[in-house]
Design a protein around this ligand. Structure first.
Ligand code: NAD
Ligand code: MG
Length: 405
């Protein structure tokens, strides 16, 4: 990447963005564009992928001269083909094409597909030893030990993009965990931080996706409103950092300026701060272990009115309690929780269940799972996929029995 001593020197990096049409994907390409226009780095795009937004994917492919583009929806092949007619860009459609995109020889892969759908493509990229910039937290939640093992065996590296984990990654030398007493994951508290349970129970999708600080995709926005996002992040942190989850605390910090903190045994607390703009953590993973300029607005401390903090409320936000329970149970439970949550959030966004039912559906799925023979360890991808299907099926049953009642 850019050489600090001679900023005009560039080095090359071949990039693939999985989920390029989403919020993180667009921010990633914006940063690539910025770095390229400043000649800070010589970045080329190997592959871009999307679920179904062919128009945006094709425009990105042309602009960045991608070698290969893939759309997950197989019915969109014809549309993608005509959108890129006459261009020297290979195309593919269907889930296998997304995996093929991940398997191509990029050396830095942004994993920004939402949900467990990102697991297989992320593993394909990890198997090659690529640097994985990981936004797709669900992948670690449902198969963290497997993802880490594949990265390690291939000699790759996992670079956390999620702003909290990126913050901790920047200030924690994980080779020396005995120096650390506590990790503090900050949480904005989401749009319903001050709402009562009664008010929240009837909140609409439009209210739930209106995040006060961050502009993000619909699923993670709803997760922020239920605080399941922070729960998923707790599981993510448990996989990424060698600190037991009992010493990973969640702290509500409504301004989203401090992105997370590491407390050392001597009482020193190191934090990473910045404006709430994903281009900062993405830039840190793109340049890692170096630094590059990012177009993010810089913090103006004098204009910050205050930084405030409060304890999270596991009664109004039951997701926080459910997540601690599944970490203790381990095995297939986190994957079941994640899958049930994905189904419940989709049902809420589809107006099939009220906001207040999301955590109830997840809890019901976990209770039902207890009655089955849930594996206590996930050793391979197949185990995670089975747990994922079970979580979806149990959540669907809970949604149906709720809507039938
Ligand atoms: P988004 O919904 O805006 O984008 C998701 C991307 O994944 C899109 O490109 C979409 O086409 C693709 N996709 C969706 N379903 C797919 C499928 N079945 N197969 C293949 N591709 C599929 O989501 P986002 O906000 O960009 O979030 C992406 C991931 O990053 C999530 O895991 C989220 O939790 C995480 N993340 C996002 C932010 C943020 O600021 N948006 C911050 C931290 C972490
Ligand atoms: Mg986050």
């Amino acid at each position: 990447m850019a050489n600090r001593d001679n900023p005009s020197t560039t080095s090359t990096r071949r990039i693939t963005v999985l989920g390029s049409t989403g919020s993180v994907g667009v921010s990633t390409l914006d940063l690539v564009d910025f770095a390229t226009s400043r000649r800070d780095a010589d970045l080329s795009i190997v592959a871009l992928t999307a679920n179904s937004n062919v128009a945006r994917l094709a425009a990105q492919a042309k602009k960045f001269r991608a070698q290969f583009v893939a759309v997950a929806d197989p019915d969109k092949f014809g549309e993608l083909k005509s959108a890129l007619a006459g261009e020297d860009i290979e195309i593919g459609a269907g889930p296998a094409a997304i995996e093929e995109a991940a398997a191509r020889d990029a050396d830095w892969v942004m994993a920004a597909i939402v949900g467990a759908a990102g697991l297989k493509p992320t593993l394909r990229a990890a198997e090659r030893g690529a640097a994985i910039a990981l936004a797709n937290k669900e992948c670690l939640v449902c198969a963290g030990t497997i993802v880490k093992r594949v990265v390690d065996e291939a000699g790759g590296v996992l670079l956390p993009v999620d702003s909290e984990h990126n913050a901790i990654f920047q200030v924690f030398d994980t080779a020396l965990p005995h120096r650390v007493s506590r990790l503090i994951l900050t949480a904005s508290g989401g749009p319903f931080r001050t709402w009562s349970s009664e008010e929240m129970s009837v909140a609409t999708p439009a209210q739930a996706v209106a995040h006060p600080n961050w502009s993000m995709g619909a699923k993670i926005s709803v997760d922020s409103a239920t605080m399941m996002n922070k729960g998923l992040e707790l599981i993510e942190a448990d996989h990424l950092f060698p600190i037991p989850h009992e010493r990973i605390e969640i702290l509500v910090h409504p301004q989203s300026v401090i992105h997370s903190m590491v407390e050392y045994v001597d009482g020193s607390v190191l934090a990473q701060l910045g404006t709430p703009d994903m281009r900062t953590p993405i830039a840190s993973t793109l340049a890692w272990p170096d630094r590059i300029e990012s177009p993010s607005e810089k913090l103006d401390f004098a204009s910050l009115s205050a930084l405030s903090f409060e304890a999270p409320d596991p009664v109004r936000f039951p997701a926080l309690r459910l997540v601690r329970e599944v970490i203790d149970k381990s095995g297939a439970y986190p994957a079941i929780l994640n899958a049930a949550n994905e189904e419940a959030v989709a049902a809420f966004l589809d107006n099939r269940i009220p906001f207040g039912a999301i955590a109830e559906i997840v809890e019901t799925a976990l209770i039902q799972a207890d009655k089955q023979n849930v594996p206590t360890a996930l050793n391979q991808l197949e185990d995670a996929l089975i747990a994922d299907s079970l979580g979806r099926q149990l959540a669907q049953e809970a949604i149906l029995s709720r809507t039938a009642a």
